[in-house]
Design a protein around this ligand. Structure first.
Ligand code: SF4
Length: 94
């Protein structure tokens, strides 16, 4: 079984390391327009990230820890939608 450290090794190669976390997790007080602007910037950073697939896989698999923000080049709203579709596909796969 992989340790937590081994499972999260991809984070060491993340393009967003050391960047302003507000870009990825905009504080609620900044307003919708600024939040959208921050999300666009975060998504553009993700597009150059070598571990975006691992990041998205993590976000999709952990609904307890991932409840907001931009992950793997997707907004939280998109991630929630993907989770719902995956559940639907799993149910209809049986
Ligand atoms: S995909 Fe985006 S949020 Fe995920 S590690 Fe890379 S830069 Fe960070």
């Amino acid at each position: 079984m992989l340790t937590q450290m081994q499972q999260n090794k991809w984070r060491l190669e993340a393009e967003c390391v050391g960047m302003d976390s507000d870009l990825f997790f905009p504080p609620p007080y900044i307003g919708e327009e600024k939040k959208y602007e921050y999300e666009r910037i975060a998504i553009s950073i993700c597009s150059a990230c070598l571990v975006k697939d691992e990041c998205l896989a993590y976000a999709l698999s952990d609904p307890v820890m991932v409840t907001e923000g931009v992950w793997g080049g997707h907004t939280y709203k998109e991630i929630k939608s993907m989770r719902r579709r995956r559940k639907y596909v799993k149910k209809t796969d049986r």
